[in-house]
Design a protein around this ligand. Structure first.
Ligand code: AP5
Length: 192
């Protein structure tokens, strides 16, 4: 299996690039943001718990995310690998992911971090707000999402750097330019 984490601040292009990576490398895309938005839309118990936190740009509790992860991985045992988008976001989640991987005799192979400055992500998300109207794409919530990323999620960069799994990629440019840079990193790892 080939297991990849796509990492980066809100609006850095994790979702956009994950879709392209999934198509090219035929691995299963797990976006915890998409899963949670779907739960909110269906107004499930989990969705109702997550909704207010997501609208404020706060993290949903680790135990709920871990339950989601167990369930998605369990349903996709035959996949050639996973791309994790938006997960892990805390050290607790990262350690749980390592544990789950160990249970299936596997591990995270690579962590690709998309490097995008704050002013660029803010402008991308405000533009998306006009087109899609995602509730957390407003100036105040975007600011909070960035703070949460810096305080609670970015420390994971050290965790994966220490494990020699981290690769930083410039996330500014056209979608295809960034995708080419990502493919170079993946292909080097896979030695294609
Ligand atoms: P999530 O959905 O993961 O949101 P996010 O991390 O804030 O990321 P986005 O989806 O906004 O951005 P992205 O990096 O995927 O970029 P995208 O490709 O969409 O999480 C939402 C919420 O759910 C969290 O705040 C939290 O509450 C909760 N949650 C989720 N996972 C959780 C977890 N593990 N633990 C706890 N809580 C969790 O691109 C953004 C925009 O930019 C798009 O409009 C796109 O078209 C555009 N764009 C992309 N690439 C480019 C480019 N190269 N140039 C110009 N524009 C571009």
């Amino acid at each position: 299996m080939f297991n990849l984490i796509i990492f980066g601040p809100p609006g850095s292009g994790k979702g956009t690039q994950s879709k392209k990576i999934t198509e090219k490398y035929n691995i299963k895309h797990i976006s915890t943001g998409d899963i949670l938005r779907n739960e909110v839309k269906q107004q499930t118990e989990l969705g109702m718990k997550a909704q207010k936190l997501m609208e404020k740009g706060e993290l949903v509790p680790d135990e709920l995310l871990i339950k989601i992860l167990h369930s998605v991985m369990d349903k996709n045992k035959e996949t050639a690998g996973f791309i994790f988008d938006g997960f892990p976001r805390t050290l607790v989640q990262a350690k749980e992911l390592d544990k789950l991987m160990e249970q299936i005799d596997d591990s995270i192979d690579l962590v690709i971090s998309l490097e995008v400055p704050d002013d660029e992500v803010v402008s991308r998300l405000l533009k998306r707000a006009e087109i899609e109207g995602r509730k957390d794409d407003n100036r105040i919530t975007i600011g909070n999402r960035l703070n949460v990323y810096k305080e609670q999620t970015s420390p994971l960069l050290d965790y994966y750097a220490e494990a020699n799994k981290l690769e930083k990629v410039d996330g500014v440019g056209t979608v295809d330019e960034i995708f080419n840079s990502i493919c170079k990193v993946i292909d080097k790892y896979l030695m294609i």
